[in-house]
Write a protein that binds this ligand. Sequence first.
Ligand SMILES: Cc1cc2nc3c(=O)[nH]c(=O)nc-3n(C[C@H](O)[C@H](O)[C@H](O)COP(=O)(O)OP(=O)(O)OC[C@H]3O[C@@H](n4cnc5c(N)ncnc54)[C@H](O)[C@@H]3O)c2cc1C
Length: 391
Amino acid sequence: MTTPLDELWRPVAPPDEHEAAAIRAERVRVREFLAGSLDRGLFAPRCDSWLGGFSPEFSKALAVRGWIGMTWPRRYGGRAASNLLRQAVVEELLAAGAPVAAHWFADRQVGPGLLRYGSEEQRDQLLPAMARGELYVAIGMSEPDSGSDLASVRTRARQVAGGWRVTGTKVWTSHAHRSHLMLTLVRTAAPDPGSRHAGFSQLLVDLSAPGVTVNPIPYLDGGHHFNEVVLDDVFVSDGMVVGTPGQGWTQVTAELAHERSGPERYLSTFPLLERMSAALAGGGDEVGGVLGRAYARLWVLRQMSTGVARSIDAGTASSLVTALVKDMGTRLENEIVDEARRWRPSAPAPDAPDGYDRLLAQAQLHAPGFTLRGGTSEILRGLVARAIGMR
Ligand SMILES: Cc1cc2nc3c(=O)[nH]c(=O)nc-3n(C[C@H](O)[C@H](O)[C@H](O)COP(=O)(O)OP(=O)(O)OC[C@H]3O[C@@H](n4cnc5c(N)ncnc54)[C@H](O)[C@@H]3O)c2cc1C
């Protein structure tokens, strides 16, 4: 009999020689592109660049080189590459602190979601524009009273001729103010006392449609990435329903599994760690131990995350391992910020000329969200407890 724990002990097969060579070559291409972009001043490395670094120009430059939608079939603008190859590219971009937020959700989860559940028309119409780095999609799951408990979502869609009318409020919607669409979890049927997860659907809401209001929720420093999105009787055509009405819960859960295990769950503060390592090199045993431990944990997380990428390719991804990667990875991201602050007790300075101070300020500002977004640590530990039979 197999148990979810078997997933943890299953060895991850290394890539074969041909695949390993392709991954090495792709890493070299990405590094050369990044070095050239830095030389030309196209971006400044930053922490949490997958959420904080929004640059349509940079996304388009990546798209031209085939680094968006790279696992998607060629007929939709992809390269039919493996998730392992995508992982290598994403690692390089995040480690360099490159601005990848504009296309992030489309590339990471909306595109794969459409490939799995979307209609042929949606794929033809939307995927090529996403792969060109031109079509951005926000994620509308959370609501003012629904975060961890997503099944309590109250945004409702009622069926009308040719589509649905949607009313409700979404919150913490990253980049809704500069996205074209919002993949929105809504109730399309009244709550069923027999099943909390029945009656949900996913709709692609056009964020420029009448009835949509996007209100900014500023960061402490005035920065704007969060929003409240108010939907007041917004029309969504039948063609923009993703998958089968009523199956939204299954679809969202499948999406979350992909969302939790990528390199963005342990590399958000890597640019700071790298800068800190350079600044404190030769600083003695204590700081050497701190840095050594951080790199050792990163190595373990990479192995786990790579294992998930391979299991996605094989169609066997496990929610146990994805939850572990996110919990362990985001804890490390936060501890890097704590250590960076301990060894450099300067005041936060987002505009400081010194990279250490600037990256530390960005990381401090974003750190509280690391263990919340994509499922809080408590929720993830609950999933792990259930998977190992403790709940
Ligand atoms: C940077 C960032 C970006 C985000 N972007 C988006 C986005 O683009 N789209 C989107 O839809 N959402 C987004 N979110 C929202 C995010 O998904 C929610 O914040 C998260 O799911 C937690 O929900 P909540 O904030 O309502 O907290 P709550 O669910 O109210 O939780 C509050 C606290 O209670 C704990 N808790 C709750 N339930 C349990 C339980 N059953 N057992 C134990 N402890 C529990 C939680 O762990 C947490 O510590 C983003 C959040 C952040 C921080």
